[in-house]
Design a protein around this ligand. Sequence first.
Ligand SMILES: O=C(O)CCC(=O)C(=O)O
Ligand SMILES: [Fe+2]
Length: 295
Amino acid sequence: MSIETTALSGALGVRISGVDLSQPMDHKTAQEVYAAFVQHKVIAFSNQSISSAELIQFSKSFGPLDIHSNSDYLLDGFPEILILSNDLKDGQPIGVVDAGVEWHSDLSWQLDPPLGSILHCLTTPTTGGRTGFLNMSAAYQLLPKSLQERLLSLEGSHCVSKLVNSRVTISENRVNAAAFYAEQLKKHPPVSHPMVYEHPDTGEKILFASPRFTIGIDGLDEEEGQSLLDEIFAYFDDETIRYDYSWSEGDIVMWDNRSVLHCALGGYQYPDIRLIHRTTVLCDDATRLRPVASL
Ligand SMILES: O=C(O)CCC(=O)C(=O)O
Ligand SMILES: [Fe+2]
C-alpha cells in the first residue's frame, strides 16, 4: 500500500492519509513516510487513535528517542513522552505551559540536535493553539548572495537559558521559571553550530539560527552579532516560507527539526485547555546535519 499525500501549503508540509499509526509500519510504508518527511519537512496525520505505547513505537521507527530534560512533565510510565499543556491538577500545571512560544529548532542548544519532534494532539482549545513552521532551506534562499556567502564561514552560539537572550521573555504562566533558567545555564553552557548546515538527505543548505536559542555569533562583538542576527531574523516575516498548522484532536504532526523552525502561536487561555503529547527522535551518523561540503 502506498501512502497518499496532500500539500498543506506552498511553503512546506503534507498531510498523509492511508496509514493507521497504531499499527507498526511495514518497511515500504516507513520508507515512504520518511521520504515525505524529508521532502516536505512537516508531515501530518489525521484522526489517529493511538495509545502512548503506540505513539512511542511509531516514533521509534525513525530513531532512538530523547528523554526530555524537563523531567517534571514526563508522562507517568512513559518517560519518552513530554506533556505540553496549560491544564492544572490540584492547582499545579500537568505539563509544560507555553512551551516553544518563540521561533526555534528543538534542542539546538545541544551539540547534537534531534531529527524531529512528533506531537499528538489530545485536546484543542476553542481558539488559537496553532503551531507555526518556517522552511529554513527556503529562508536561506531568500538571503542576498553576499549574506549567504558570509554566513558560510560563521558559527552561531546557542543557549537554552532565557536569562542570556534579550529577544525572549519568560512566560508569567511558568512556575519558578527564573530559577529553572538559572539552573539550566549552569548545566548547559552555550554551544556553537554553523550558521549554515547541509541537510544529509536532500543536500539543501539550511539556515540554522533562531531567535529563541541563537544568542550571538562567534568571533563578532555583541553589537555586530546582534545586528547580523536581526538582519537574518527579519526574513522570517516572509509569508512564502511559513505555514501555520491548526490542530484537530487526533492529529499527529512530525517536523524535520533539521530544516524547519517552529513556534507555538498561543492565543488561548485557561480554562480553555490544550493538551499535546510529544516525543523527540534523535539523529544518528547518517541523519545528523553536516557541515557545508564546499568548506
Ligand atoms: O505546542 C506547540 O505548538 C509547539 C511546542 C514546541 O515547541 C515543541 O513541542 O517543541
Ligand atoms: Fe519546540
